[in-house]
Design a protein around this ligand. Sequence first.
Ligand SMILES: Cc1ncc(COP(=O)(O)O)c(C=O)c1O
Length: 464
Amino acid sequence: MLDQPPLSNVQTRDIESLVHPYTPIHKLGTTGTVVMERGKGIYVYDTRGRGYIEGMSGLWCTGLGFADEELIEAAVEQLRSLPSYHLFGAKSTEPAIELAEKLKEIAPVPISKVFFTSSGSEANDTQVKLAWYLNNALGRPKKKKIISRMRGYHGVTIMAASLTGLAANHNGFDLPVDRVLHTLCPHQYRLGEEGESEAEFTARLARSLRELIEREGPDTIAAMIAEPVMGAGGVIVPPNGYFEAIQAVLDEYDIMLIGDEVITGFGRTGNWWGAQTLGMRPTTISAAKQLTSAYAPLGAVMVPDKVYQAYVDQSAALGSFAHGFTYGGHPLSCALGVKAIEIYQRRDIVGCVRQLIPLFEQRMKRIGEHPLVGEARFCGLVGGAELVADKRTKRSFDPKKGVGATASRLIEENGAILRALGDTIAICPPMIISEAELNELFDRFENGLNEAEAWVAKEGLRAA
Ligand SMILES: Cc1ncc(COP(=O)(O)O)c(C=O)c1O
């Protein structure tokens, strides 16, 4: 165990009043929380006055860093003119219209309409409802199941959590619900067979998808959902040719592909969209997070015209398009989305990311050489380092030992916030980071890993 300072007053108030998401809340009384007070650029500062490089952009979302004056001004201006309104019952607002227009302009595939939500989970939930709505409109009432992937992450509402392929999101919550099927995760390090080439692994994944579809019946399957690069499942970058192979199968059976770009949208992978980096051709797209650089909550579902026309037909048949969230398309969020996209374009954020990628890759490869790290995975400015007990055999640590969680705490004590996804340490820095700052972030990452290595050795955690 690591030493814990006594809890401060604000930490005690926190524990006495908040339910913390994704936290071992049974341990909070001893671990305490870190209460953040302010942020500037790539840094955040806690109530004890300690500064950290926010190496995860918060939750993969604050791509433009903290306290960006242009975003703040756009928010204030919007709050002054129209602080709140909605899009229900044919009402609208200029920021929502403008943001939808911008998204159509930059989308990686032809998009005709945008539906706004307040989060990525709501966007993915909406995707499923709309896939069902679409197939009812098209007279295919049986075509309703959704395929997702083991270790995929799509959020926490009932359907989004069901799509998520992580046991932690199902256990104890009575999930997944019906109509959800999980196919193989494209992670060769863990799932590749002895002597299997990348192309053979990809072909096996496509074959397995085909078998699943045949077994279930193609006329029962509406869509498959996939992140271009899996984030919360451990930063898993699919093998070359993966999406081409998967899409050929989906096309054959008339199954839509929903691109979950909630993390990968807006420059993260070195293109505007992860789909462009990974050779993915989604039918519809979910976006959120960097859409507003997370300065206000917003999600979006983007659909092509032939899909939208089916909603129009359903609306005509049923009397109305009866779906919507009070805050979906909130003018504050949309004004921030418009400004964020304008900044991404004007400051050429995609170009900035591309310039940083060689350094990011070089430092990730060095992380991969660390004695604790079995595999270092990366794509654009997002990476993951999987910690293992034995580099040669890839043997994992006993999950109960919490090696990832301890490593991320030690990294935090070195002044960098990264995120433990089980025993994978994720890194996803603000896209405005400089080369010097990126080197500093990786130095802190390495220092924390060295301390974690010493702790693992001292505790004898490598024992099989
Ligand atoms: C790929 C992906 N989809 C969906 C979500 C859910 O988004 P939210 O937390 O805004 O509901 C996340 C969140 O991390 C995500 O990474």
